[in-house]
Design a protein around this ligand. Structure first.
Ligand code: ATP
Ligand code: MG
Ligand code: MG
Ligand code: MG
Length: 475
């Protein structure tokens, strides 16, 4: 029986290999072909140029289990972590792709066959969505696959939005390939709050989206006209953790094998008995994104990718602190992560020492100011009126104690408070101006240069810079 995440990953790739798909290794989290994208956030990212016709490959069908991060830019699920059962900053996306080869009919049939035959999911728990006007997809689901009409939900454009602005209409950018989607949802049962897609309660976690099929059907021009593509393509994505939850008879992704291993390890280190504790879940999520980012060559810094990384590390450390961490703990979880994921990702095993060291350095650095920053924040909260933490205070926490604004916002949210983002931005702008003026009088640039150098630290050719990282950390 297929049950573990590792078995599901394998079954997926083998199923599509049996349908003449080339199995392609997961690419780096740092996109090699797109400078505008912070992280690889979907399985199709490494194939972008193939879809655009700018790159030719020896195959027209591919399948992969792609590591993804959604913690910045267009897709940002950082604020969902700890609050929903289904979102991570790091996850694996299983995908099958057709580059001008098969289209809707096969894409739908493959997905259905994989779910209901290979994984043997009960059909009555599944429902699907199509783009409002995509009658072709509706008919394939209904007449060819046999899904009853009441289980096929048409999703239109967002209320008040322009045409083709829908969860069920995908586009690569303002121009270029685009087309309707069809999503497959699983009903986890009445006891969980939430409603079907398109209903007012759709954000609940009862009906969880497991698989998204994108039908690249048009080329959108700058004037908005849509020209049918001569050879339409397919891009699909299914979250490994979400399908694992279903196969392991649990509701939340955080209850699956990989996460239980990580949460157990964190609970041990932090002497916490409550395995459903939210902070443990956040820490287990964050060790995955942080470790994989570092293994892929991202270095903590004060801007760009490196700052996303640093912010996530600091959030994890703060959650450990909340659980009473007496010592540095975060870097110690890398071993547990390797136990769970090392076999599928040998590159992580290779980089273990670097990842641990870098995380430890970050823990030491932030550890020096965390207690004092928390004390100040408690003071601020105790003395405030209203529910918005003032921008100057948020800036002081950032500037003096290294609290990124989103970390302060994370704490505020736990207490039903908010932060004044605008006020923070203003304070930050003033600081920049002061720094610029000061620099005319010969300020020491070294610190800044150092951090810039680290960020630019070639994100693109994995091997080259991993050896440089090792150099950097030689004692
Ligand atoms: P949701 O609506 O639940 O946020 P999505 O529509 O944003 O999901 P897609 O962009 O369609 O997700 O990505 C394809 C698949 O990847 C999803 O159907 C889901 O299984 C998985 N997925 C997306 N975001 C996450 C995440 N943050 N953590 C884990 N799995 C995810
Ligand atoms: Mg989403
Ligand atoms: Mg969705
Ligand atoms: Mg989707």
């Amino acid at each position: 029986m297929i049950r573990s995440s590792a078995e599901i990953r394998k079954a997926f790739l083998n199923y599509f290999a049996s349908k003449q798909h080339q199995i392609v290794q997961s690419a780096s989290l740092v996109p090699g072909n797109d400078a505008t994208l912070l992280f690889t956030n979907a399985g199709m990212v490494p194939f972008k140029d193939v879809f655009l016709g700018a790159e030719k490959r020896s195959y027209t069908r591919a399948t992969s289990s792609q590591r993804c991060v959604r913690a910045g830019g267009k897709h940002n699920d950082l604020e969902n972590v700890g609050y929903t059962a289904r979102h991570h900053t790091f996850f694996e996306m299983l995908g099958n792709f057709s580059f001008g080869d098969y289209f809707k009919q096969d894409a739908i049939k493959y997905a259905w066959q994989f779910l209901t035959e290979v994984l043997a999911l009960p059909t009555e728990k599944l429902l699907v969505t199509v783009y409002e006007t995509d009658q072709e997809a509706f008919d394939i689901w209904n007449k060819e696959v046999g899904v009853p009409a009441e289980k096929i939900i048409r999703i239109g454009d967002k209320h008040g939005a322009k045409q083709y602005d829908s969860d069920n209409f995908w586009s690569m950018g303002d121009t270029g390939p685009c087309g309707p989607c069809s999503e497959i949802f699983y009903d986890h049962g009445e006891h969980i709050w939430g409603g079907p897609p398109g209903s007012p309660e759709e954000d609940g976690d009862r009906f969880i989206e497991i698989w998204n099929l994108v039908f690249m059907q048009f080329n959108r021009h700058a004037d908005g006209t849509m020209e049918p593509l001569p050879k339409p393509s397919v891009d699909t994505g299914m979250g490994l953790e979400r399908i694992s939850a279903i196969m392991q008879d649990v509701h939340s992704n955080y209850e699956i094998d990989i996460f239980q291993g990580l949460i157990g390890a964190a609970a041990n280190l932090l002497a916490c008995d409550d395995l459903e504790n939210k902070s443990l879940r956040v820490i287990a999520d964050h060790i995955r994104s942080c470790s994989f980012m570092i293994a892929d060559g991202v270095m903590p810094s004060n801007e760009g990718r490196g700052y996303v990384l640093r912010r996530i590390i600091r959030r994890a450390i703060r959650h450990g602190h909340k659980l009473g961490a007496k010592d540095f703990f975060f870097h110690k979880l890398v071993a547990a992560l390797i136990e769970q994921m090392g076999e599928a990702y040998p590159e992580l095993v290779q980089q273990q020492a670097v990842v641990e060291k870098m995380l430890r350095i970050e823990e030491e650095q932030f550890g020096r100011t965390l207690d004092r920053g928390m004390a100040l924040l408690e003071d601020i909260i105790a003395n405030m009126t209203g529910d918005v933490i003032n921008g100057d205070d948020v800036f002081k926490l950032y500037d003096t104690y290294g609290f990124p604004a989103d970390l302060t916002a994370d704490i505020a949210r736990e207490r039903q408070l908010r932060i004044d983002h605008n006020g923070f931005d203003v304070a930050m702008g003033l600081q920049r101006e002061r720094a610029q003026q000061a620099s005319q009088f010969g300020t020491d640039y070294n610190e800044q240069l150092k951090s810039e150098k680290l960020t630019q630290f070639k994100g693109y050719t994995n091997h080259e810079y991993s050896s440089t990282v090792v150099e950097l950390f030689k004692e």
